[in-house]
Design a protein around this ligand. Structure first.
Ligand code: C5P
Length: 218
């Protein structure tokens, strides 16, 4: 049986996870949020008081990590970290940890394993270029920096966090810079990916656009 692979990449705040999640529900297939895996590892590094620049210890943790993902939750060493991985502390540090090639190799292996036995919508930064280079559908989601910063700001305000818009914008810019300029599997549009700019677009409209793209390809 051939499984369907849909790769969705793009910068922070482009709407990837909301769109990918809805799309997976519509198609009744598995959704894998690869960012949550880098975040879970970062959570563990911080919890164990390891310096985020201590490559050797981070690689050691990665090689011994017990990470499991279900449709809605992520666990590390049996602890449900689904909420904690969204903290600002994790968000600030995750792109440093995601730069380490050994960390990426380990998580990419897990991600590829998921896609071997399931039809998936997988979102991240390197899905179309590295994790699933033969995916049938590749989408590169973008949006203006102001729109992305506003979305993240509103999300955090709704969660009751005291945040300043300009700080959020600067932190997204910093993360984009680290993610696009890293040596190993940087954030980049795959040659055969279709760009969708979500600026000013409702989530459901973007999902419909992707469903249309899928229907044209099959
Ligand atoms: O998608 P999300 O914003 O939760 O991802 C958090 C971080 O994890 C990204 O900024 C990036 O540094 C890293 N990441 C990655 N490759 C992926 C997914 C996420 O490097 N496939």
């Amino acid at each position: 049986m051939k499984y369907l692979q849909i790769a969705i990449d793009g910068p922070a705040g482009a709407g990837k996870s909301t769109i990918a999640q809805k799309l997976a529900k519509r198609l009744n297939i598995t959704y894998i949020d690869t960012g949550s895996m880098y975040r879970a590892l970062t959570y563990k590094v911080i919890k164990e008081n390891i310096n985020i620049h201590n490559k050797e210890q981070i690689i050691n943790i990665t090689n011994n990590v017990d990470m499991t993902i279900s449709q809605d939750n992520i666990f590390i060493d049996g602890e449900d970290v689904t909420r904690n991985i969204r903290s600002q502390e994790v968000t600030k540090s995750v792109s440093y940890i995601a730069q380490i090639p050994e960390v990426r190799e380990c998580l990419v292996r897990l991600q590829q394993k998921f896609a071997t036995n399931n039809s998936v919508v997988m979102d991240g930064r390197d899905i179309g270029t590295h994790v699933l280079p033969n995916a049938a559908i590749k989408i590169f989601l973008t949006a203006s920096i102001d729109e992305r910063a506003h979305r993240r700001y509103n999300e955090l305000i709704q969660k009751g966090e005291a945040v300043v818009y300009e700080d959020i914008k600067e932190s997204i810019k910093a993360r984009d810079k680290l993610d696009t300029e890293r040596q190993h599997a940087p954030l980049k549009k795959a040659k055969d990916a279709i760009i969708l700019d979500t600026t000013g677009l409702d989530v459901d409209i973007v999902v419909e656009k992707i469903i249309y793209i899928i229907s044209q390809k099959s």
